[in-house]
Design a protein around this ligand. Sequence first.
Ligand code: HEM
Length: 510
Amino acid sequence: MTAAFHHGLSPATAAAALLVAVLVARAVLAVVRFRRYELAIPGPPSLPFFGNAFSLLFLKQEDILGAVMAMWGQRRDLSRLSALNMLFVFVSKPEDVAVVMKRKDLQDKSHFYYHILADFAPSGMVMINGAMLRAHRAEAQPAFHPEVVDSFVEVFAEEAEKYVRNVEQRQEVTPSKRLFGTAAWAFCRSTVISDTPTEEETAVIADLVMLIRLHLKTTNERAFNPFLWSKWIFCMTPHGRRMQREFSRVRAFLHQTMNDRAIQLEKLIKMEGADFVKKRKSLLDVFLQKNAQGEVMFSRDDILDEIITFLTAATETTVSALGFAFKMLSLRPDIQNNLYEEVVSLLGRGATKRSIVAEDLPKLHYAEKFLKEVMRMFSPIPLGARQVNEDTELGGHVLPKGANLVVNFLGLHRDPVTWPDPLRFDPERFSPEQSQGRHPYAFMPFSGGLRSCIGYKYGWAVTKTLLATTVRDFVVEPADDGLTDQTQFKLFFDASLKMVGGRVKFIPRD
Ligand code: HEM
């Protein structure tokens, strides 16, 4: 007879009490264990279990990055934040970043952030891991071969010309607003739909771009609001219901586009055989081709998720980089003159000017140094989070299983040891002389290792084309917003880095 029976407890009650006691003991042990690992890593003061939650949760989107960065506090070595027993370990030193990029066991995306991002495109490359990631990357790679990217430059140039034709002249504008449409069109025309889109395609792609922007904004808000972490709960809110409805509508259209293209492809493969297989193809064709050849590698939903993911990755980053580029040009006429001189020496001026072609891109040396300095100071992706799947040693600390490892690209790029006077804007940091001897992992705007940006060459080509075409036709002047240098920018994060305001004026040159 146990003590419980002597005290009149039934066996069921005693069993339930025992179970509760075991669960409570396990939870307490988990909190104690977590706390031991947490406190071993330097970071701001934190409470047991809640960690830094009271400084992090329910923040406005504009304030999230500033709050995270303030708490990170420029620590060079590993540092941490925590909330509700979730640990975020920041890596910002080139030596530590190199280890993360090279280690095969640190390549999975963090569940915390990416499971929310993945809600509407779960099989997209940014979200997937392991064998599935390797298969998707291997298939998509040919669509980003340098020769394929070169073949798209004509489309990029046409979209850039359209951008400069339609830009609101002489008024204060936020360049990113119009740039989204331009970057999205450049992507869709080169990789998804026909070169000459129909009216319906135009309307649906415009909707998709708006929807993706909204999704990214919502993802960040949800990430900092535990009540909305579950997709199920989020989709019961009016906003969640609306997003679900809109995504279903756009997906139905894209499915139709894919079906039409798949039928065309089957015919082409039958007609051209091996010749067609060897041809360079767009992303959509690359994914569909395997299926058309009878190897069903990807479901139509997988392909659609990839198209949405690539469109997001391609537009967000390009727009972020160019938005900061135009803002910096408006504040630095000296740099703008150097850039203009380089551009007109290639593309001509006035009546003799011409559009950019693929062969011009490698000759834009100054543009490249300038854009690198933009991406150093304003890394389009400021943070990238990985999942720690097993207790892992890094930088002299143990990261417990379940922790989120955050590669702090913004911190890496502003590390005063590698970049003296890091807030000074100077493209010459990327001259061959000054680049000599720099740590190979000190500058990582496109990340690195197994999860490096697959659209790296594509991104460079679009960004350079849009920058050169705009500078050829316009002087970028400052807005009347009181901002006189880059140290005054208020940065925030909505899937890519943005700044509050960011307005400039475009004054025509001719
Ligand atoms: C200025 C332009 C760009 C920048 C700075 C940039 C930066 C990055 C970075 C930092 C990552 C890693 C993110 C992480 O680890 O969380 C990434 C991944 C990725 N990027 Fe880009 N990107 C750019 C343009 C593009 C373009 C044009 C495309 C497609 C056409 C693209 C497609 C992707 C994809 C699919 C991934 C996920 C790769 C993976 O997880 O394995 N990016 N990009």
